[in-house]
Design a protein around this ligand. Structure first.
Ligand code: PYC
Length: 334
């Protein structure tokens, strides 16, 4: 039976274990305009594509998808709109590393720098000769410090609210070890935290929903542990994503939010390397530069923002063509 759609090619990759599924040919026509306008058009007119690619039976709740578009800014290589099983996300660090690795695999980019337009700003990326990728993310900042939330069944917890391209609540005092053995508890607690934030009216700037919860702990990898006289410049994180899945990678936007908090607390100097481990043990190397005051997102005068740099590596896992069988009642996703 013939396909119901124009030829559509997807390429899957993973970054530190977290999958990215990119539409590199065909797919929805998001038209012209800013990336935020293209995302709005995607949401309003083409949401079946998101469901088809990120939901069962073709996808699953861990997938972050992206539609690669022509650039919206002069000088950029391309644009990208990221989505998941429940909606759209602003930026995606692991997904951008996956995008650059995918473009390299397709032969569309060579080692060097490229700019990529996203709905929350243009980011810079560098493809290194060894295949590693560094992403200079959107300017990031801490919005609220040490907020108390009462989490039903768990008790009072505290955390910072920070922007790293998505909104995060970052907490240390959750009491759960950050390892695979405790995934059921980590998922349960983080989901309750998200609900408690909504109930308590704790939001990002301008009432924005905090849709990612980041539970933090000490590093586990031997090379990241503190040594005599030298504190650990590393941590381990569990990140709950908006659709209920956890990030297998250290989460690029979550690492950016963490860097913003470290910078605000004076615990990491500009240029110093921070290693962020994921709950499965994959690692991003990160650092930041200070941005001139108030020149970042929204240009809020006097706000301290940082420019985060996230370094990681992605591997292509699949190169496929989407089939939509008109007889299939679930062809566009559950
Ligand atoms: O790497 O920024 C990230 C990310 C966001 C959601 C899943 N991964």
């Amino acid at each position: 039976m013939a396909n119901d759609i124009a030829p559509t090619r997807i390429i899957d990759s993973h970054t530190g274990g977290e999958p990215t599924r990119l539409v590199v040919e065909g797919g929805p026509d998001l038209g012209a305009g800013t990336m935020a306008e293209r995302r709005a058009r995607f949401r309003a007119e083409h949401d079946r594509w998101r469901r088809a690619l990120a939901n069962e039976p073709r996808g699953h709740d861990v997938i972050v998808g992206g539609v690669v578009t022509p650039p919206s800014s002069p000088g950029s290589h391309c644009g990208i709109v990221f989505f998941n099983n429940v909606g759209f996300i602003g930026m995606c660090g692991h997904g951008t590393i996956g995008l650059v690795a995918t473009l390299a695999w397709l032969g569309r980019v060579q080692p060097g720098r490229l700019a990529i337009d996203t709905p929350v700003g243009t980011v810079q990326a560098e493809l290194h000769a060894d295949g590693g990728v560094t992403v200079a993310n959107v300017p990031s900042y801490r919005h609220l410090r040490h907020v108390a939330v009462d989490v039903p069944g768990h008790g009072r917890m505290h955390g910072d609210v920070a922007w790293g391209g998505n909104w995060f609540f970052l907490s240390h005092d959750h009491g759960v070890p950050i390892d695979r053995e405790h995934l059921p508890q980590l998922l349960a607690v983080s989901e309750r935290v998200r609900q408690a934030l909504v109930a308590a009216g704790v939001t990002g700037e301008g009432g924005a929903e905090i849709d990612h919860v980041e539970l933090l702990g000490p590093p586990r990898r031997p090379e990241h542990l503190a040594t005599a006289g030298a504190p650990a410049r590393a941590g381990r994180s569990f990140v709950l994503c908006p659709g209920g899945a956890y990030d297998r990678s250290p989460c690029g936007t979550g690492t950016s939010a963490k860097l913003a908090c470290l910078a605000a607390d004076g615990e990491l100097a500009p240029g110093e390397t921070w290693h962020q481990e994921s709950v499965i043990g994959s690692v991003f190397a990160a650092r930041y530069e200070r941005t001139p005051r108030g020149e970042g997102r929204g240009a809020v005068a006097g706000r301290d923002e940082i420019l985060p740099f996230i370094h990681g590596r992605a591997h292509v896992t699949l190169d496929a063509r989407v089939v939509v069988d008109p007889r299939d009642p679930f062809a566009w996703g559950l």
